[in-house]
Design a protein around this ligand. Structure first.
Ligand SMILES: *Cc1c(COP(=O)(O)O)cnc(C)c1O
Length: 235
């Protein structure tokens, strides 16, 4: 199957899953996760009206996306993989959003690097909701500490817009659902405490579980394999 056909199929599945659970057919955005896939495949997705992408590694994204931006200036890239502090400098240059904010120190570094280039970056707090994912915040207090820091210091270059999680890799639908529900509950709770921010992005769901994520309130699904095929990690 071609990238074009895959995009059509995934977009149709997102729409029908949304309608089925009573949500608007455009309530859920599709992110194409292009890690380990080459520039020509990303361009192929752009040609078929897919402009939102996710990459895990800053270096790889930095090599590929300048070429994409040249041909499709409206392309939007988010960093979704765990981020070392020393990679933040390059990350903020190439993306509009860092979805994998999993510790307080990272916020300070993002602020520092954004100030240098006078750029606003959106962030999502990554939540650890499934046993198999290693990264992510494990308690609300740490997230509250981050938000209080941003407010008290009047930070305008780091803009929190919601939450991201990865469900455990399992066939047990109950466990997957539990992970998404836990992310949504955290969002609802923290949003109530911080009305000054609009924390309405819920980045949940991948190739194997995005329909469950949509049922549980996802507003952004991150789909790689079902669009581009299997990743070749040896390249
Ligand atoms: C790789 C990756 C995805 C996409 O996974 P697929 O199963 O290929 O759809 C989504 N989110 C994150 C954080 C990833 O690292």
């Amino acid at each position: 199957m071609s990238i074009k056909e895959n995009l059509q199929i995934i977009n149709d599945r997102i729409k029908s899953a949304s309608i089925k659970c009573g949500r608007n057919e455009s309530a859920v955005k599709l992110m194409a996760v292009s890690k380990f896939h080459p520039v020509d495949e990303i361009l192929e997705a752009c040609k078929n009206n897919q402009f939102l992408f996710g990459e895990n590694r800053v270096q790889e994204a930095g090599e590929k996306f300048p070429q994409i931006y040249k041909q499709f200036p409206d392309t939007d890239l988010h960093i979704i993989g765990s981020l070392q502090t020393n990679k933040v400098k390059n990350a903020v240059k190439i993306c509009s959003c860092i979805q994998s904010v999993d510790r307080f120190d990272l916020i300070k570094e993002i602020e520092k690097q954004c100030n240098k280039i006078d750029k606003v970056i959106n962030i999502l707090f990554e939540l650890h909701t499934g046993e198999e994912s290693k990264s992510g915040f494990t308690n609300d207090e740490q997230i509250i500490e981050c938000l209080e820091y941003l407010i008290q210091n009047k930070v305008t270059t780091v803009n929190p817009i919601g939450f991201m999680t990865m469900a455990p890799f399992t066939d047990d639908e109950k466990l997957i659902r539990k992970s998404f529900i836990s992310c949504r509950d955290t969002k609802d709770k923290i949003q109530k405490q911080f009305p000054e921010y609009k924390l309405d992005t819920l980045s949940m769901g991948m190739s194997g579980d995005f329909e469950i994520a949509i049922q549980e309130g996802s507003t952004l699904v991150r789909v790689g394999t079902a669009i581009f095929g299997e990743r070749n990690y040896n390249k």
